[in-house]
Design a protein around this ligand. Structure first.
Ligand SMILES: [Zn+2]
Length: 264
């Protein structure tokens, strides 16, 4: 109860302090969301964290793999409605890490460990489309908002304001799973996953990739998951639970995506 009261006070302080971004609507699915993080704030955090990652994680020198990422990435970027994006696609040299993310502002990181699973351009387009969809739908900001409430919810209002910038940085790292320790990402909610699948498959189709290949990718992903003990220690697997409902939804989206794919 006390927690609930301080949380409401915290929300009031954010609103009166002008920090609350307010209600937003996800493009295409039309779902409304309440966000405590403004687009400008999350974008600035995204840029800062991406620069740090580029300095601390080795970048792949494989010319073919880099060319593939630029080729596929730019095609997805051309069709994804990510406002004010400053697109950048970086391939990190981490053969044992099958992961990928898109930070606010269009900063996309792909770990080389996912390439054997994506296999070809359409497979990579599935992953990038899905990750970019999370960014367009501002799922990170939703999770950051939850993270901020957890971190700051119990504090006094003045302290909450003072601690906000550090708390925002921590919340962003957790929301995107880019903290120093792999595996600290908060799992995506099922609703966010299904929404990212929905938007992602439309983007890949509009970018000119056969949407059925999304299903083929997720099946390869499931096989990899089975071989690697349920994916408990694999970032992308632990944050992207694969189940029958998910596969069925992707199958159900294919006719709509096929129409987009065949549009002249
Ligand atoms: Zn996802």
């Amino acid at each position: 109860m006390t927690y609930r009261i301080t949380t409401s006070l915290f929300l009031v302080s954010l609103i009166t302090g002008g920090l609350l971004a307010g209600c937003a609507t996800v493009p295409e699915t039309g779902r409304s969301q309440l966000l405590l993080v403004s687009p400008a704030e999350e974008m600035q955090l995204g840029f800062t964290e991406f620069e740090k990652l580029k300095k601390s994680v080795p970048i792949s020198k494989d010319p073919a793999a880099n060319a593939q990422l630029q080729r596929v990435g730019q095609r997805i970027a051309a069709v994804a409605p990510l406002r004010n994006a400053r697109w950048e696609f970086v391939l990190f040299d981490k053969p044992d890490v099958p992961n990928a993310f898109c930070l606010p502002g269009g900063k996309v990181g792909v770990y080389s460990g996912i390439l054997p699973i994506t296999k070809d351009d359409a497979g990579l387009a599935t992953v990038i489309g899905h990750e970019v969809a999370h960014a367009v739908a501002r799922h990170g900001a939703e999770r950051m908002s939850e993270g901020l409430l957890v971190q700051l919810g119990g504090q006094l209002l003045e302290q909450a304001t003072l601690g906000r910038s550090e708390a925002s940085r921590v919340a962003l790292q957790q929301a995107y799973g880019i903290g120093s320790t792999l595996g600290v990402a908060l799992p995506h909610s099922r609703g966010q996953e299904l929404e990212a699948d929905h938007l992602g498959i439309l983007y890949m189709a509009r970018a000119g990739y056969e949407p059925r290949e999304a299903l083929a990718f997720w099946k390869r992903f499931a096989e990899y998951n089975n071989k690697h003990g349920g994916g408990k220690h694999v970032e992308f697997l632990s944050t992207h639970p694969l189940d029958d409902q998910r596969i069925r939804q992707i199958e159900g989206l294919i006719p709509q995506a096929e129409m987009e794919y065949r549009k002249p």
